[in-house]
Design a protein around this ligand. Structure first.
Ligand code: CP
Length: 299
């Protein structure tokens, strides 16, 4: 495989890929969603390694389902049960799996910048399953797919992303991809959870509720410095999507959230499976999106 092919098949983020490439992944996901056969043999004999150095439920298992539906062999690596616990580095771990003959590596990790460094040294395509607060490209792709399914097109949509933007890789990947596809993206966040380096408009909660897509973000307590959140109740009061606030949304509008959800903090319990919510459909859409991304990597 040439270096150009390796770069084309990897998916490190959405900031640097074209609108056409994003649309082609969405189209291929629609093809996979329409298939009635649950398991195909298209990628039989290929090995996919899911390497999660940070916890995950949705991303990890939907990659596994996607790989199995494509007929690939699946290797699941979990840092907690590996030689990482003996001090082995992430690079040595990935290099070890590469040396065993994997054809694609799916990686989630905490340190920002490390994935790009790995991609310079590893000779199989790598897919970003979430790196620090940098990017979570397959989450944003499934979010775009969910919006396109509901509205028919992304072009011209008003998308409000609300909450802990500072720590959110989902907000960043969505901002870059949605903007490329012609959506208007605004953020709404408390002062201490804003990402000031991003060129984006911050709006009030009242304004955000007028959007076509109200995307709530998880308050990422595990990434907070102490004292960032005064109390869950105070946060819900000012930035939570409460039942009363949801009544102000347009009847055409949808509620999204990448999950996991802090119920009754950033979103009220009753809204998670509300008719306007797409939270569980987002998870469902993660499988065809990841099938399309894996197929692209193994082409
Ligand atoms: N949305 C998301 O990335 O969920 P997981 O952390 O469970 O993978």
């Amino acid at each position: 495989m040439t270096l150009t092919q390796l770069r084309q098949r990897s998916l490190l983020g959405l900031k640097d890929i074209s609108k056409e490439e994003i649309e082609s992944i969405l189209d291929r996901a629609a093809y996979f969603e329409a298939q009635t056969t649950k398991v195909q043999q298209a990628q039989q004999g290929k090995f996919a390694a899911n390497m999660f150095f940070e916890n995950s439920t949705r991303t990890r298992f939907s990659f596994e389902v996607a790989e199995k539906r494509l007929g690939a062999e699946v290797i699941n690596f979990s840092a907690a049960a590996s030689s990482v616990q003996k001090g082995e580095s992430i690079y040595d771990t990935v290099r070890t799996l590469e040396s065993m003959g994997i054809d694609v590596g799916i990686i989630r990790l905490k340190p920002i910048g490390l994935l790009a460094e790995l991609a310079e040294k590893i000779k199989v395509p790598l897919i970003n399953a979430g790196d620090g607060n940098n990017e979570h490209p397959t989450q944003a792709l499934l979010d775009l797919y969910t919006m396109r399914k509901h509205f028919g097109s992304i072009q011209g949509l008003n998308v409000a992303i609300i909450g802990d933007v500072l720590h959110s890789r989902v907000a960043r990947s969505n901002l870059w991809a949605l903007t490329k596809l012609g959506a208007k993206v605004s953020f709404c966040a408390p002062d201490n959870m804003q990402a000031t380096e991003l060129d984006v408009n911050y709006i009030s909660m009242e304004e955000a509720l007028k959007a076509d897509v109200v995307m709530m973000l998880r308050v990422q307590l595990e990434r907070h410095e102490s004292g960032m959140l005064s109390s869950a109740e105070a946060y819900r009061e000012q930035y939570g999507l409460t039942v009363d606030r949801a009544k102000k949304m347009g009847s055409h509008a949808i509620i999204m959230h990448p999950a996991p959800v802090n119920r009754n903090v950033e979103i009220d319990d009753e809204l998670v499976e509300h008719p306007q919510s797409r939270i569980f459909p987002q998870m469902e859409n993660g499988v065809p999106i990841r099938m399309a991304v894996i197929e692209r990597a193994l082409a």
